[in-house]
Design a protein around this ligand. Structure first.
Ligand code: SAM
Length: 286
């Protein structure tokens, strides 16, 4: 069966009485070139285990399974079960688990399902939880090599922005702490059924084995980043001094000593600057 053929998809939906749930971000891929590209650029081969988030009717799942050692796919919508039984019946290396990715212990899943093979994540993410899913994949310190996902173009540009550039954000800094992000290619709304209102893009995050940034108190580090970006167009001395109870003049002096411009805004800082700022906060906070 051709899972990118609109006629065949409609016939399938009719037979199983399936209708889209908009709130679950159900925009299914119908452009036949996109799924093979995600699987190939995601580094999937016969020695790789793949976690997919959100199967839909299995169009990407099948492309991953053709190349992978095994695919474990999480899908929240149980009504897709009978459809997937039919569409993925030819593969013996796919396991679909009906669960919410945000509630799933992925570390345990990796230990149990992939026989110690290298693991990557590939997905066309539901857009309503893009940032929480990406942060979960990174913060849980999973033994995964790379995350290759479709997201809204705007999110892709934010995540992959250069640190120190206008487009960067707290999410950019958080991602850069754990991984090296790269935008791979753009995807137009017409590639999906139903078509979303926005453009999309596929990004790849290559996770660091060990973060190049030495931070002992990650909670405080991320709190500094969040505060710095909380008033992104203003000098970051203001929110940082206010939130952490550090006198402005002292903070500005310490920043100057650390070779950070005391007049800088968050979007002008590099990752190394954020690490230095965190150390200043750690030593001087009330
Ligand atoms: N991979 C399919 C494709 O490309 O056509 C479907 C992608 S669609 C953008 C997102 C999928 O994620 C939907 O099937 C939706 O039901 C599922 N989903 C939404 N929220 C989820 C969650 N919290 N956990 C797991 N799957 C979820």
């Amino acid at each position: 069966m051709n899972l990118t053929d609109i006629g065949q998809i409609k016939e399938l939906f009719g037979r199983y009485g399936f209708s889209f749930t908009k709130s679950l971000g159900q925009n299914f891929l119908i452009n036949p070139t996109v799924c093979p590209r995600i699987a190939e650029l995601g580094g999937v081969d016969e020695n790789t285990g793949v976690i997919e988030i959100g199967t839909g009717i299995g169009v990407l799942t099948g492309e991953l399974a053709k190349r992978a050692y095994k695919v474990v796919a999480l899908e929240i919508d149980r009504s897709l079960g009978p459809i997937l039984n039919e569409t993925l019946s030819e593969y013996d290396n796919i396991e679909v688990i009906f669960a919410d990715v945000m509630e799933t212990d992925l570390k345990r899943l990796i230990e149990e399902k992939f026989d110690g093979k290298e693991v990557v994540v590939c997905a066309n993410l539901p857009y309503y939880i893009t940032s929480p899913v990406i942060m979960k994949l990174l913060e849980d310190r999973l033994p995964i090599k790379a995350v290759t996902v479709m997201v809204q173009l705007e999110a892709a540009e934010r995540i992959c922005a250069e640190m120190g550039s206008r487009n960067c954000s707290a999410l950019t800094a958080a991602v850069n702490y754990y991984a090296k992000p790269k935008k791979l290619f753009n995807v137009k709304p017409g590639s999906f059924m139903p078509a979303p209102k926005v453009d999309s893009a596929v990004i790849r995050l290559d996770l660091f084995d060990v973060s190049p940034f030495k931070v002992d108190d990650e909670k405080l580090f991320f709190s500094c980043i969040r505060q710095a970006f909380s008033q992104r167009r203003k000098q970051l001395v203001n929110p940082i001094s206010g939130f952490f109870g550090i006198e402005k003049r002292l903070l500005a002096e310490e920043m100057a000593k650390a070779e950070i411009d005391p007049l800088a805004r968050a979007e002008q800082l590099s990752m190394e600057d954020f690490v230095k700022l965190y150390r200043i906060v750690e030593q001087n906070k009330k």
